[in-house]
Design a protein around this ligand. Structure first.
Ligand code: SF4
Ligand code: SF4
Length: 392
């Protein structure tokens, strides 16, 4: 939600400076600076909005370092809407402008352009030329081994007895970099008797534009999605970052994380093969603190006979994979990632389930760099495989 400047001041004044949010803030834990804490940032945002402090580089640095993980919101006894405060401050005071951002926006808004970019990357990977990609851009180190870009159909009809219909939100990053999760999701939904609609005009959820302070662009993307989806049909997201963004800005639509939807379905006629493995779950901040449906992931995976489902230690702290943050605040992102890798090593994790593409790319990259062999998978990929789905 984006506020007016007057609303920002009113919301910021609701903070009673009790400090209960401080121990929950990852950036405060790392820097120990009040200005990198939720309480400090709220005071800074209010002071800049009231022209008490200048909107200068120091202010920008403290707000930029915020992950928008919204861990502080869940701890706040006064329910201060921190997410709205930081979104508004970025929109009002910190619009980022650069040629590469303009280009990135074009690719994000038009999926066919993103696909056009993915084809040469996929080909380069097929020809074992990934090292050249890494020299061209530091972002390339995050790339997983890609599948051939998919031309999604508008409808995947169920062949099981029909129980309903849903829309699937592709997400710009998931459709480009994680088509296996989307295919696995369609497979499971079809098996359970749901037709899966994929509106062709859908676009990015707008979260990355919002992170960059570009509220006009994010509003355009929200409006495009508004026109694309049927408000009466459940809209399922596989990436919790997208789900959180859509929930905040398309509140009248039935947006739900796919695991939260699936645990409410009838599974009587859907056999699941046992899996005698321990599966650790990493809770993405957007699923836990914004959508508040992280427990559905555990409930879903517990449907797999013999599987032992455990929470990854330190789950309450963000992994640092907060969208463009991985690139713009790489030092803090890497420091938070190291804490995750330490937890993964300590628990000897073999399978890690996570429901957010940003977390998945960031953690998988850290594991690769330390030569650690861990399967980082979306929960839908894990359960689909036990239901007979074979990755193409
Ligand atoms: S959103 Fe996260 S990083 Fe930002 S102030 Fe709140 S707890 Fe700290
Ligand atoms: S917990 Fe809420 S009221 Fe207390 S300092 Fe943090 S934001 Fe302010």
């Amino acid at each position: 939600m984006t506020l007016s400047i007057k609303e920002l001041i009113v919301e910021a004044e609701r903070c009673v400076a009790c400090g209960l949010c401080l121990p929950h803030c990852p950036t405060y834990k790392k820097t120990g600076s009040e200005a990198d804490s939720p309480r400090g940032r709220i005071q800074l945002m209010r002071a800049v909005a009231q022209d008490i402090l200048p909107n200068n580089a120091r202010f920008n640095a403290h707000i930029d370092l915020c992950l928008n993980c919204r861990s502080c919101e869940t701890a706040c006894p006064n329910s201060v809407n921190y997410g709205a405060l930081v979104d508004t401050s970025r929109a009002l005071f910190m619009q980022k402008k650069s040629a590469w951002l303009t280009l990135a926006k074009l690719f994000i808004r038009h999926r066919y352009l993103a696909n056009a970019l993915i084809w040469p990357i996929w080909l380069a990977q097929q020809c074992k030329l990934s090292s050249i990609l890494k020299q061209l851009s530091p972002a390339a180190k995050l790339l997983p081994v890609l599948d051939m870009p998919v031309a999604w159909k508008s409808l995947y009809a169920t062949t099981s007895p029909k129980k309903g219909a849903v829309s699937l939100f592709l997400g710009c990053a998931s459709s480009a970099l994680d088509s296996q999760t989307l295919k696995a999701s369609i497979y499971v939904l079809n098996k359970l008797g749901f037709d899966v609609h994929i509106p062709t005009q859908q676009t990015c959820c707008g979260s990355i534009a919002r992170q960059m302070g570009d509220v006009a662009e994010s509003n355009k993307l929200v409006a495009l999605n508004q026109r694309s989806f049927d408000p009466n049909m459940p809209i399922l997201t596989v990436a919790s970052g997208c789900g959180a963004g859509l929930n905040d800005y398309l509140a009248d639509y039935k947006i739900q994380d796919i695991s939260a939807f699936l645990v409410t379905c009838d599974w009587t006629d859907a056999p699941i093969e046992p899996l005698s493995e321990r599966i650790f779950v990493q809770d993405p901040c957007t699923l836990k603190n914004v959508q508040k449906s992280h427990l559905a992931v555990y409930a879903l995976l517990k449907k797999i006979p013999n599987a032992d489902i455990s929470a990854l230690a330190g789950n309450s702290q963000c992994c640092g994979g907060a969208g463009a943050y991985i690139l713009t605040q790489s030092e803090m992102a890497d420091s938070l990632l190291n804490d995750k890798l330490t937890a993964i090593k300590a628990s000897k994790v073999v399978i890690l389930a996570t429901s957010n593409i940003g977390c998945s790319l960031h953690i998988a990259n850290g594991l690769r760099e330390q030569n650690l062999v861990v399967s980082v998978l979306h929960p839908l990929q894990i359960i689909a495989k036990q239901m007979g789905y074979q990755a193409a």
